[in-house]
Design a protein around this ligand. Sequence first.
Ligand code: UD1
Length: 417
Amino acid sequence: MQKLIIQGGSPLRGEIRISGAKNAALPVLCAALLTSDTLSIKNVPHLQDVTTMLSLLEQMGADILTNNQSEVELTATNLINPVAPYEMVKTMRAAILVLGPLLARTGEANISLPGGCAIGLRPVDQHIKGLQAMGAEITIKHGYIHAVAKQLRGARIMMDIVTVTGTENLMMAATLAEGTTILENAAHEPEIIDLANCLIAMGAKISGAGTDIITIQGVKSLHGTQHTVMPDRIETGTFLVAGVATGGEIHLTETYPHLLDAVLGKLTEAGANIESGDNWIHLKMSARPKSISLRTAPYPAFPTDMQAQFMSLNCIATGTAMITETIFENRLMHVQELKRMNADIEVEGHTAVIRGIPELDAANVMATDLRASASLVIAGLIAQGETVIDRIYHLDRGYECIEEKLSNLGAQILRTN
Ligand code: UD1
């Protein structure tokens, strides 16, 4: 199993380019299932989750025509196997995103239930409830969701909770339904707007993406198009936190600062000097950071996907911070690992109280999920000595060329087997 070895203590300095967003690329790839034409997608990040999604689409019958650094082109003309097997869904929960488009296009889908995952239970009841409202017959047997619908019908769907992939799944299914679908209490995440833009370019009729209420007027068929995936706001935030934590100066290009208001606000509170333009962010940090209390919540509030990284920052900040996780039940697993590095953190329920100390101690630690891995990388960059991070396959699911990018910023980081 591969590991990362980090010699901590060097401030990050320099410029890097931010990759396309994982959470936008995955649903956009699934949108290819909605048409028999070719979908050409630019700025797709090269990540394990993208590879898994392409394999899943391929085994359903999609043809991957191009897959290189700048573009992925795929055509789902003959969908012969509307199945997402357990082996694939268990490694990537976002595989549930094939359910809506597959059902809408072929009339059938058989998708393994994602089940529990490390950060929480993460049920898919809202995806199922929405498709049922659109006329799908759904049975759950042998751990699979079996959905059948000759023709989905538009419906008014009130989602009980705000769910990102739930909103995306139902929005994709509704594009080919007969009549109008109204999704209420929809998620606002920018990745939903990115997907809607791709679907609209494919001929879908969607309004309200990025607000509480999304209206989709079904059409008979969709066509191919070319789409460029939005920049990854979580990768951007992760590098910014690393810049602040190490007391460095970094310049990030090809990213959208306006999607990171909550994160940039917190980093300014921590003492960072931040300048930005339409598609770049420049950050400079010269003192020890101040502690930052926060509460995760759906967009545009503070993202749960940035919580772990801010936990590491708080470990070496001046003062005491409180971090409350409100989206997932079990997303504080990095705390145990950070404590191995001498961090002073106490957890009570879903809240962590972090008392900042001047420096962390390097140690052997283990990544438990994607964003927890990022927090350990940041901790390794600021700790004194050599930190070894095990189980970095979690990191490879969501960060493109992370050690290469960090090395370019002056970090001493190495991957070993
Ligand atoms: C997406 C993101 C993930 C991010 C999360 C929250 C992708 C591929 N992943 O995950 O990076 O951390 O949003 O911003 O975009 N829930 C239910 N029933 C459902 C669906 C969700 O109870 O049918 C619950 C979940 O257990 C969780 C909460 O709703 O507690 C939010 O989950 P959701 O927004 O669905 O997260 P994902 O879409 O899986």
